[in-house]
Design a binder for this molecule. Structure first.
Ligand code: ADP
Ligand code: ADP
Length: 229
């Protein structure tokens, strides 16, 4: 399970301004595909359509061969885990922030998800801004660390499809490597779509799709695309 297909998808937020102009691709179960391209190319729009936040004007989007237009919203939410660019943490420990992904999970499962996302060393702490009666200050997390909390939450939820919108703000050279490592671990055995802002974070993707002004202008493996440069 976990095959995702876009078939000649056309989409515009407003009629006079097409955003996606005939986008087709298929991600096989367990594969990782990266979507790269300049800002405004339509990358995030692809993930919004996959979640049915909007409906395409033409073309089809399918999960396991079934058009998502026919899939109930609850089933879609269960099938796709989304790690958004900006993660909002609740005023509770990191551990409980992860548990939110699947509230009936055990704390052992939470710890395992945290280990995979490589944030296990601070799961008992509170995010910064959380004031306790004992005056605890909480830990200031970087954008990359926050995103890994969201990754752990999604691992715990366990959807067959994972969509990761890579946070631009988090991409200093240190967190880039960390996010790449975390991504490699969580994408293992799971269909993964990465909205990437840099080619360097997605070297291990099975396929990279280059989107420009709503059209796929190039596709291939990382080494092929570099060779073409
Ligand atoms: P990317 O992720 O590649 O940077 P997006 O998919 O976010 O691009 O956006 C593609 C284009 O659609 C941009 O020009 C953006 O301004 C426009 N856009 C995004 N969201 C909306 C919206 N809700 N209404 C109208 N235009 C939008
Ligand atoms: P649940 O708690 O049942 O999983 P959520 O409301 O948290 O439902 O959303 C389900 C998934 O969709 C989450 O992984 C969340 O990150 C993602 N999501 C919800 N709203 C948005 C949004 N506006 N933009 C991007 N992702 C979103």
């Amino acid at each position: 399970a976990g095959e995702v297909a876009f078939e000649d998808v056309h989409f515009a937020y407003v009629p006079e301004r097409p955003i996606l102009r005939g986008v087709s691709f298929k991600v096989l179960p367990g594969q990782t595909i990266a979507i790269v391209g300049p800002s405004g190319a339509g990358k995030s729009t692809i993930s919004r359509l996959l979640f049915r936040f909007y409906e395409p004007q033409a073309g089809r989007i399918l999960i396991d061969g079934q058009p998502i237009a026919d899939v109930q919203q609850v089933s879609l939410r269960a099938a796709i885990g989304m790690v958004p660019q900006d993660t909002v943490l609740f005023n509770d420990t990191i551990e409980y922030n992860i548990l939110y992904g699947r509230p009936e999970a055990s704390m052992e499962e939470v710890a395992e998800a945290a280990r995979l996302a490589q944030i296990d060393r601070f799961i008992r702490t509170l995010p910064e801004g959380y004031a306790t009666s004992v005056g605890e200050r909480g830990l200031k997390l970087s954008g990359g660390e926050k995103q890994r909390v969201a990754i752990a939450r999604t691992i715990l939820k366990g959807p067959p499809v994972l969509v990761l919108d890579e946070a631009t703000s988090a991409l200093d050279s240190f967190t880039e490597k960390e996010i790449q490592d975390a991504l490699d671990r969580v994408s293992e055995g799971r269909t993964t779509l990465v909205i990437a802002h840099r080619l360097s974070t997605v070297v291990n993707a099975d396929e990279i799709i280059v989107l420009d002004r709503g059209q796929i202008v190039e596709r291939g493996h990382h080494r092929d695309l570099l060779a073409a440069d």
